[in-house]
Write a protein that binds this ligand. Structure first.
Ligand code: T3D
Length: 258
């Protein structure tokens, strides 16, 4: 259900259940968590690309047996979210690796959240984002209420969540939900080139940037300045900084190893 392609310095993780628009279930999310963990543990991997196979990116939680109320009462969605969906979001956000998402088609419910948990999101022009939760009586989860409030602002976040409206990739880009919308035919080439370029970037510095952006939403300016100074100190002591400055002075491309 998750296909892993190992490239030169980066890994492509493909949600692979196209007949269900890559809707996820615990087994698939266990595989995804394992794939993220394996990438993290491999020192040769410096970036991740997440995408979907077929005409969908991810239709959110599979509306199947795991979440269907039955004779024994309602399913425990809190436990399900905490163990699987939210763990994917936590792992992507806490990862030392920059994560790119190529949204190749519809991204609904938790599927949209997984995309927004990545650091840089590209979407095919034909892709759609659907806050599908309300249509089945659920609240936004997997970080949707957080990501939307911070990216598109509270007014749009509330309306998207409460109405369950669909927005297209151009609108998502115009509203600042994603980095950009690209022609369908160009999506994978562009996303792969972007991920490959991140794999050549100073990985530890990108990892520090992730810490900065995670803190920016809750910190005061003063606290953020303190954090920037501390992380800049760490960056300044790194071999990658020395290499970056040397490469600038020698008028050549830097070779980062951090
Ligand atoms: O504990 C927890 O936190 C639980 C987790 C909750 C997080 C969530 O993600 S809740 C939201 C769950 N997802 C949805 O409600 C989305 C349901 N799907 C849709 O609304 C639509 O399928 C789409 C808007 C995504 C796409 O529409 P469309 O018209 O392009 O495709 P389709 O014809 O509806 O779907 C194609 C097939 O995929 C279809 O199967 P069929 O009829 O060809 O055999 C459809 O049933 C299947 N499919 C789509 N989404 C799901 C799904 N099957 C199972 N689960 C799905 N989520």
């Amino acid at each position: 259900m998750i296909t892993i392609e190992i490239k030169d310095g980066w890994r492509k993780l493909v949600l692979n259940r196209p007949e269900r628009l890559n809707a996820v279930n615990p087994a698939m999310l266990t595989e995804l968590l394992q794939a993220i963990g394996d990438a993290e543990a491999d020192s040769a991997t410096r970036a991740l690309l997440l995408t979907g196979n077929g005409r969908g990116f991810c239709a959110g939680q599979e509306l199947g047996p795991d979440v269907t109320p039955g004779a024994n009462g309602p399913p425990d969605l809190q436990a399900l979210a905490d163990t699987y969906h939210h763990e994917v979001v936590r792992r992507l956000r806490a990862s030392r690796l920059p994560a790119v998402c190529a949204v190749n088609g519809v991204a609904a419910g938790a599927g949209a959240s997984f995309a927004l948990a990545c650091d840089i999101v590209l979407a095919a022009k034909s892709a759609r984002f659907v806050q599908a939760f309300v249509k089945i009586g659920l609240v936004p989860d997997s970080g949707a209420s957080f990501f939307l409030t911070h990216s598109v602002g509270e007014a749009r976040a509330r309306a998207l969540a409460m109405l369950g409206d669909t927005i297209d990739a151009d609108t998502a880009a115009a509203w600042g939900m994603i980095w950009k919308a690209v022609e369908d035919a160009d999506l994978m080439t562009e996303a792969e080139a972007l991920t490959a370029s991140l794999a050549k970037a100073p990985t530890a510095t990108l990892s520090r940037m992730k810490l900065l952006f995670a803190a920016a939403g809750r910190n005061t300016l003063h606290a953020q300045l303190d954090l920037e100074a501390r992380l800049q100190g760490e960056s300044g002591r790194s071999d990658d900084y020395a290499e970056g400055v040397r490469a600038f002075q020698e008028k050549r491309a830097p070779v980062f190893k951090g």
